[in-house]
Design a protein around this ligand. Structure first.
Ligand code: BTN
Length: 252
């Protein structure tokens, strides 16, 4: 079933909502709207993406009417140095919205993958389109299965919870949570975001991980986040590394 736009407009009064049956990527459309001057909070969503974009130029699997595919225009009074904190805040918002609407326990893997039972159910992309940030969020809601290359690492709320979920309450809750966490960052600074992320994420501290850095793999134990929002990893020789980008995976 397509998303019920009346529900979204009722729960999110005053918000610009552009919804598409099918689109290449909501990122492209939100970027275009931002360039035209769309205001803070403007939402671009679609029931299907034919060219969904993931991190590191990967494809984002976007099965029709099964998932949430949305991009939000953020206009925040921060410089580029705060972008990693916005990224963490978006992960906190997504985890909270999923937990509130489904009762499923969520974990966060730095910088902001939302996991249930160790598998990814939500991915987030942040593009800086100065002066706006485009936050792209994909949530696997009612997928029953995934293509073979994703099957071992992905899950959906339906697979995890054993039931079908309406997408509209999750979308509404997510937008309200984004407002709330970005508001915390704006009014209280970075410390509460760093603290909450460290509390929620089993990856932040004391987790054995490997980090794919393109040409090398770093193995070590996570040692918290620094004030910039980057993950710290202590390697097997005791040397501490700041992770700015790179896929973080658990390892034994
Ligand atoms: C990741 O690789 O973890 C980030 C995935 C982000 C996917 C979302 S779906 C909505 C928005 N539109 C896109 O093309 N990508 C993001």
């Amino acid at each position: 079933m397509p998303v019920d736009l009346n529900y979204l407009r009722d729960r999110l009064p005053g918000r610009r909502i552009e919804w598409f049956d099918s689109i290449g990527s909501t990122m492209t459309e939100a970027t275009r709207l931002a360039a035209e001057g769309a205001g803070h909070g403007a939402l671009v969503g679609a029931d299907e993406q034919t060219a969904g974009i993931g991190r590191y130029g990967r494809h984002w699997h976007s099965e029709p009417e099964s998932g949430i595919y949305m991009s939000v225009v953020l206009r925040l009074p921060f410089g580029i140095e705060t972008l990693p904190l916005v990224t963490l805040a978006l992960g906190l918002a997504a985890a909270e919205a999923i937990q509130k609407t489904t009762d499923l326990n969520c974990d966060l893997r730095w910088p902001n993958d939302v996991l249930i039972g160790g598998r990814k159910c939500c991915g987030i992309l942040t593009h800086l389109e100065t002066p706006a940030i485009i936050a792209g969020i994909g949530i696997n809601v009612n997928q029953e299965s995934f293509p073979p290359e994703l099957a071992a690492v992905a899950t959906s709320l339906r697979i995890a919870g054993g039931r079908i979920y309406k997408r509209e309450p999750i979308i509404a809750e997510l937008l309200l949570a984004i407002d709330s966490y970005c508001g915390i960052l704006e009014t209280q600074g970075r410390d509460p975001i760093l603290r909450m992320f460290t509390q929620v994420s089993s990856y932040a501290l004391g987790r054995r991980v490997e980090v794919d850095q393109g040409d090398t793999i770093l193995r070590g134990i996570t040692a918290g986040l620094n004030s910039a929002g980057y993950l710290l990893v202590r390697d097997n020789h005791g040397k501490q590394h700041q992770i700015i980008a790179g896929g973080v995976r658990p390892c034994s």
